[in-house]
Design a protein around this ligand. Sequence first.
Ligand code: AMP
Length: 214
Amino acid sequence: MPRIILLGAPGSGKGTQAVKLVEKLGIPQISTGDMLREARKNGTEMGKLASTYMDGGSLVPDEVVIGIVKERLGMKDLEKGFILDGFPRTIPQAMALDKVLEDLNIKLDHVVEIDVPFSMIVPRITGRRSCPECKRPFHISFLKPTVENHCDDCKVELIQRSDDTEEAVTQRLEAYQKQTKPLVEYYSEQKILRRVDGDGELEEVFSKIINILS
Ligand code: AMP
């Protein structure tokens, strides 16, 4: 029953690896980025607020994100485990998560840090595309669809995230360095941090993660 956090800079491949882990392990992915984008799409007050931070590449305030994760972690489908993707991203979020898990009487098994050199990140992010229906990730150079700019499964046109632009990426990397990187130390101290070199083929990185989990 793995309970996993995937940690890593934007563009490190967290989301892509999370989707593969969901397929392999049959446990849900909890992506705060996806949840916030969904709220934005639905035009909720929270979605509108989050949007102002997301578009500029800044982090959404802790209390907002902690609130949605708390609610999600209380749901029944997590009995077999879960993959947290993109949460926590700050020390207060990590502390809040510890508290929620303690209250639920469950423990984290692994925090997997996917490490990718910053120089690789901009081309990775700006070339990212995804299917608006099934959310399957693609890349214009590294993970090309069979038919240009169309989902292999749903056949619909792929989309690009509004914060996957070069300007927003710079801000997102800065936020990662300042606010999220300290979590490496936080989870090292808890002795559950495992580092994976993310500078490789998707399948290669995936098998390294699977090795850690087994
Ligand atoms: P992601 O899809 O994980 O790259 O997240 C996209 C954007 O959503 C981020 O750049 C933040 O603005 C916001 N976001 C997602 N997760 C969090 C989080 N745990 N804390 C704060 N902001 C977040």
